[in-house]
Design a protein around this ligand. Sequence first.
Ligand SMILES: *[C@@H]1O[C@H](CO)[C@@H](O)[C@H](O)[C@H]1NC(C)=O
Length: 193
Amino acid sequence: MRSSASTLLLAAAAPVFVAAVCPDPVPQISSLSWSGSGCPSTSASSVKNYGPMEFGEVKTFTFNQLDSDNTENCEIHLQAAQAPSGWQVAVRDVAYSGDVMLKPNSQLDYFTQVYWSEKADDTGIAKGTITNADTDVYNRAVTIRSTVPEKWSKCISGSGPGILNVNFRPVINGDAGRFSFKNATWHLDWRKC
Ligand SMILES: *[C@@H]1O[C@H](CO)[C@@H](O)[C@H](O)[C@H]1NC(C)=O
């Protein structure tokens, strides 16, 4: 069912994991909230998993209205409790699954921004594009993955790592199209500090 273009996309997206390193016990997510046109805080959008913030762990957030023919955004705000001192954490990559339709001469541009509330001016930005250069309509289920420049939390000392914010913004450009993203998965890195 998948065409070669989306196979390429998935192949390029395959993560390469090195030795897993993370604190023991692994900090648990203690608070999650969300905001933005694609997941207003009053909506039921989002949270699926309040699990551990483990290295390489799949954190899946489920969107129920990140769906538009123009643009929308959803920003997730996350905090962890009981984090062991002497560690710091960063988001390494993010993946989003959903459906994308693009008329000829159209494209989907997507942006992920990652920052810690304490250092809001130090933002990691990842961008990607799906272009329909064909004469047929592009209409596919996709998983898009972006590697984010790592923005490390403060060195944990007595409390959690702070508030981590991850904003996702897809935009349709060109003639016409539509996106409907269903869920987000993050991969985290930990290191000693
Ligand atoms: C994420 O959404 C995609 C597309 O709808 C779906 O195939 C996949 O199973 C979902 N993943 C999870 C973990 O819910």
